[in-house]
Design a protein. Structure first.
Ligand SMILES: [Zn+2]
Length: 340
């Protein structure tokens, strides 16, 4: 789009919308963005100051009746302003979407009419946690519920839909190191908003022993929360687990390397309520069994394959049982297993 046209369009919109609503904000010159924000792994440093000023403002009160506000345009003078950040984000969104559409009609038509995920995934809303960490091709495979602290309590209905209606054979609960919800829940929550307090009630983090390294205690809190969430899931879906139609797996995504297995590591810490190192080893061995290691793409569920998925899962569980039985007399192997 030419600059002149953009200015014309903006002027027209400006007259039509902004003047009509008597907005006091001045119009800034419409100039194309020169600086492109890094696309991947944004550090967010530029926003640190702006963010700091927002903190401690207390909770916002909801409006009594729905209101309509003006459509915002380019009035901002600095790229750190909320409107500038909003525009930049959306600009990138449309660029990314254009690229994503290049997958083509065949890609999208494959799942246009049916949702057939293999996993119901519950993870934290944290922006540093994204599905690429554990699934490069999550379309129609990860039915994902996200909330602050990856809790079951706040999203009953959504989780029920995944397990009871979509019949995913796997419930995967993923916590992450550096979780703000875990930190908040292990401290004083009395000054937080009611909504956040209610959300954090879903996390029960044990108090760290005195003198413990803060980061270590935090990481342990993250793992404890995953175990707690798995336990809640087993309370509700135990019958399905017992029948072999559901496996509940708890995992931690560790982008801080707090667990010492490398930054970005995705580690399983709980399987159906078991968290012992040797059992996790056995489970990993079962996952990586050559005959169970179907290529990812072909491993996806297809119409009518629910029974097959359950069957192959039962096979995996059989292997686990054998592995656990044979490993029960071995000494714990620690965390040095070679994954992949
Ligand atoms: Zn979190």
């Amino acid at each position: 789009m030419g600059l002149q046209r953009l200015v014309k369009m903006t002027s027209a919109l400006f007259l039509g919308v902004v003047v009509a609503t008597a907005c006091k904000q001045p119009a800034a010159a419409v100039t194309p963005e020169k600086e492109v924000r890094p696309h991947k792994a944004k550090e967010g440093k530029a926003r640190a100051e702006a963010k700091a000023t927002d903190e401690g403002k207390g909770q916002e009160k909801g409006d009594e009746k729905p209101q309509k506000y003006t459509v915002p345009f380019a009035w901002e003078t600095s790229k750190a302003e909320p409107l500038a950040l909003t525009r930049a984000f959306l600009k990138e969104s449309f660029e990314d979407n254009k690229t994503y559409m290049e997958h083509g009609p065949k890609f999208f038509s494959a799942f246009a009419d049916a949702e057939l995920p293999r996993a119901t995934v519950i993870t934290c809303s944290d922006s540093r946690v994204q599905p690429q960490a554990w699934d490069e091709t999550s379309e129609n495979d990860d039915y994902t519920i996200r909330n602050f602290g990856n809790t079951l309590a706040s999203d009953d209905g959504s989780i029920e839909y995944g397990i009871e209606q979509l019949h995913t054979p796997l419930l995967l609960i993923i916590g992450h190191t550096g979780c703000g919800a875990v930190k908040a829940a292990s401290g004083d929550t009395s000054k937080l908003s009611k909504g956040m307090q209610a959300q954090l009630k879903g996390l029960q983090i044990p108090h760290a022993a005195a003198g413990k390294n803060e980061n270590q205690a935090w990481a342990e809190g993250v793992i404890a929360n995953v175990h707690n969430q798995v336990a809640s899931a087993l309370k509700k879906y135990g019958k399905r687990v017992q029948s072999g139609s559901l496996t509940v797996v708890g995992a931690v995504f560790d982008f801080r390397d707090d667990l010492g297995q490398g930054p970005g590591k995705f580690a399983i810490v709980d399987v159906n309520g078991n968290g012992e190192a040797e059992r996790m080893e056995a489970f990993m061995a079962a996952i990586n069994e050559p005959e169970g290691k179907a290529p990812k793409k072909t491993g996806k569920r297809e119409l009518g394959s629910t029974e097959e998925a359950v069957h192959s899962l039962a096979q995996v569980q059989g292997i686990i049982t054998r592995e656990v039985a044979s490993a029960s007399n071995d000494s714990p192997g620690g965390h040095e297993h070679s994954h992949e």
